[in-house]
Design a protein around this ligand. Structure first.
Ligand code: NAD
Ligand code: UD1
Length: 340
């Protein structure tokens, strides 16, 4: 039987590369579109080492409509698109809003336009827990009201969700699943792919592993005076491999159900504080972390975690990788990166 083709924008990135592995393992034929602005071409070799299959690759910028037209014309037999391509650094988005609006919104507009032109019916979109802002109730469900975005990055996610809803409303032949990721961490158990932050990491987990590796002197823990059980911020940290599987589940769901626009939270359902993450890392790896308590980081919400029951009920998906395993893969990846 001929494999079903999926276009994966941003497929060389952190979540995209793990999802490509999951898609190939599930029997899909993957075409990656990436301009490598935040990733490396070698990722394709590493995906091939893991799965035995090198994904097709098109080095293009999704904001370039002519290049997109050319690629989509050649892959118009795809059954769907997973749209990861975006910039994601919150602080940078505040400093350079136009860069973020242009890249993240134009990439999406071009993707949707090409899908309509070439009659590709299914889109899975990477949204974020950031759309909930500081929620009034925990855990957050898909019905929890959205809050105004506090950064241009967050704004692009809210805008993108609305653009997709409006486009589906006007074009019923299009079907969409919006996945709201909580905090993806960890790496592939092979140690061959993982997160590659450029410069000083903004996110907790790559900072933790870089401190453990001696690349950074100490971790600044942002705030210990939050109204939470231990005073530290709480997040829902989800293994990137679990997250990748959810994309496969979403596509399978779209094949057999009459999907218009569906939204799913992707988290573990468990909130962990920054200190609990530090302890979990130390326990899983045996490496002591040098950390200090620092001031709160502006814009941080005190606590957020997901209710992912809907994804379990409708997609048959649930996060299942134990935190200890996630900490080990994150650390193994860091040690391998240092050798790259
Ligand atoms: P990443 O930066 O590792 O991957 C994004 C990929 O997209 C990179 O390979 C980059 O080169 C590519 N890209 C960006 N703009 C492009 C363009 N115009 N044309 C072609 N390629 C382009 O990021 P990630 O962590 O894998 O995130 C993937 C998606 O998930 C993003 O949309 C991000 O906003 C979203 N998301 C990420 C997180 C997270 O914590 N990592 C949380 C919530 C949502
Ligand atoms: C951040 C973004 C969010 C984005 C997500 C993925 C902000 C305010 N939010 O989420 O919009 O979708 O990344 O890119 O930037 N921490 C430390 N020390 C550090 C780094 C982090 O204590 O050096 C703490 C933070 O205060 C937070 C937790 O660790 O409580 C997680 O931080 P991070 O990994 O940056 O994720 P979010 O802030 O949840």
């Amino acid at each position: 039987m001929k494999k079903q083709k999926i276009i994966v924008t941003g497929g060389c990135g952190y979540i995209g590369s793990h999802t490509t592995v999951a898609l190939q393992n599930a029997g899909f034929d993957v075409v990656i579109l990436d301009n490598l602005m935040n990733s490396q071409i070698d990722t394709l070799d590493r995906i091939a080492e893991i799965t035995g299959i090198r994904p097709s690759f098109e080095r293009i910028d999704c904001t370039d409509v002519n290049a997109m037209h050319d690629v989509f014309a050649r892959h118009s037999d795809a059954m769907g698109v997973i749209h990861f391509a975006a910039l994601k650094a919150v602080g940078e988005s505040v400093a350079h809003p136009l860069k973020y609006y242009k890249n993240n919104i134009l990439s999406l507009l071009n993707t949707l336009e090409m899908m309509l032109e070439f009659k590709i019916p299914n889109i899975v979109f990477s949204s974020s827990a950031t759309v909930y802002g500081e929620p009034d109730q925990l855990p957050v469900t898909e019905d929890t009201p959205l809050k105004p975005a506090t950064s241009p990055y967050g704004q692009t996610k809210i805008m993108a969700e609305n653009i997709i809803r409006d486009t589906v409303k006007a074009n019923p032949e299009l079907h969409a699943v919006l996945l709201r990721y909580f905090n993806p961490i960890g790496a592939h158990p092979s140690g061959k792919i993982g997160e590659l932050p450029i410069g000083v990491p903004n996110n907790l987990m790559p900072y933790v592993t870089q401190v453990a590796a001696g690349i950074r002197e100490q971790l600044n823990v942002f705030g210990n005076d939050y109204n939470t059980p231990d005073g530290f911020c709480i997040r829902d940290y989800i293994d990137v491999n679990d997250l990748a599987d959810a994309h496969v589940a979403a596509l399978e769901h779209m094949k057999t159900n009459d999907v218009k626009v569906e939204v799913y939270n992707l988290g573990t359902g468990r909130g962990l504080s920054v200190m609990e993450i530090i302890k979990a890392f130390e326990d899983a790896t045996g490496v002591k972390l040098n950390y200090t308590i620092a001031a709160r980081r502006p814009g941080d919400v005190p606590a957020i975690w997901a209710c992912s029951d809907l994804a379990n009920e409708k997609l048959g998906w649930r996060a299942k990788i134990p935190l200890t395993e996630t900490m080990r893969t994150a650390w193994q990846w860091q040690k391998n990166v240092s050798k790259l």
